[in-house]
Design a protein around this ligand. Structure first.
Ligand code: KG4
Ligand code: ZN
Length: 338
């Protein structure tokens, strides 16, 4: 089954062609990151406008790159939630129009389910059940993937997402938006013990996390050091901060593996590209004989191939939409039907 998939939830317009949920024929991305960089973050109105400008041409490009004609498309899949509402609406309306014009099924895909499905592309033999650590710019959570379309959130951040904190600290250090990758690079060779970070204790669900205290500690440290006229050691601060984020994520991930008895751990979302987190997860999973699925960096960030992958399984589960499909800025990924 050949799916044309569309992603426009934030600052990348993306169109892909994916066969049977696993084989990516083409994955075209028009990134707006350089445009938003001058503002230090995504400007929603600019994002929407740029999606409108890019989407049609990108769909044409995807078809011609894959040498596929419109009549060969079996269904349309689109990210309908969560994200910037104006940005999501561009993809949803494009997909609705294409589904109507081609008389093909329309498959709504939750963005976070899509991130998880990036693992099906990277690991063609991967099947549920497995545990997934989702770490993106807007979400941080541990998900028990019981089946392709049946998932439970076991725990998650109570405040900021890990990616938001990486970006905020990077911005304080004058790194260009989105700073997570630059901070990661700067941390290499740094001394992670130089700037001790707090270890927040949380009551309640032991799988919940909190990142705002770490972010505030790093931001205050930068302010105070600058106010005293002293120099920050950037590699040391980046290494200390990355280590503190990893120390929040890894023990809870291990605890979730124990709680569920799952023997496979998948990782998803843009922050899954972080070298410290990747290294720590690799070591901890090896120690415990847990299979670790770490998608390549190109599949960690936003893309449309992951939407096509999840779209296939949503289609098999009968989760289809009609022309009344709407977009939602927030929506749980835990499986309610539309
Ligand atoms: O999943 P994603 O592409 O978009 C959302 O759905 O949010 O994630 C983007 C986030 C940004 O916060 C970006 O700074 C972060 O992923 N990121 C990283 C790295 N690469 C991207 N954070 C830490 N280390 C990295 N290497
Ligand atoms: Zn994303």
């Amino acid at each position: 089954m050949l799916i044309l998939s569309i992603e426009s939830s934030c600052d990348e317009t993306a169109v892909a062609l994916v066969r049977d949920g696993r084989e990516v024929l083409t994955d075209c991305i028009a990134s707006q990151v350089p445009l938003h960089r001058i503002y230090g973050g995504v400007v929603p109105e600019i994002a929407s406008r740029k999606h409108i400008e890019a989407i049609y041409g990108l769909a044409e490009q995807a078809l011609s790159e894959a040498k596929i004609t419109r009549s060969e498309i079996d269904a349309l899949a689109v990210t309908y939630a969560p994200g910037l509402i104006g940005a999501l609406l561009v993809g949803v309306n494009f997909a609705k129009a294409a589904a109507l014009a081609l008389d093909k099924p329309l498959i709504p895909v939750h963005h976070i389910r899509g991130h998880i499905a990036a693992n099906y592309i990277a690991y063609p033999d991967l099947k549920p059940p497995f545990l997934c650590l989702v770490v993106s710019g807007g979400h941080t959570m541990l998900v028990d993937v019981k089946d392709y379309c049946e998932m439970d959130i076991l725990g998650g951040t109570r405040d900021d997402a890990a990616g938001e904190c990486f970006d905020k600290v990077a911005r304080m250090l004058d790194m260009p938006y989105p700073g997570g990758a630059a901070l990661d690079k700067a941390a290499r060779g740094g001394d992670e013990t130089r700037y001790p970070m707090p270890h927040p204790k949380l009551s309640g669900n032991p799988l919940d996390m909190s990142f705002s205290g770490l972010k505030t500690a790093a931001v205050n440290l930068i302010h105070n050091t600058r106010q005293k006229g002293e120099e920050i050691n950037i590699p040391d601060l980046c290494a200390s901060f990355s280590a503190s984020v990893s120390a929040m994520l890894i023990p809870r991930t291990i605890a979730a593996l124990k709680q569920t008895g799952r023997t496979t751990l998948a990782v998803a979302g843009g922050v899954a590209a972080n070298s410290r987190i990747r290294g720590d997860l690799t070591r901890e999973c090896e120690k415990r004989g847990v299979r670790l699925c770490l998608p390549p960096l190109s599949l960690c960030g936003d893309n449309a191939a992951m939407i096509g992958a999840q779209g296939y399984y949503e289609y098999l589960a009968g989760n289809l939409a009609d022309q009344t499909l709407n977009a939602y800025a927030t929506k749980s990924m835990e499986g309610e039907k539309l």
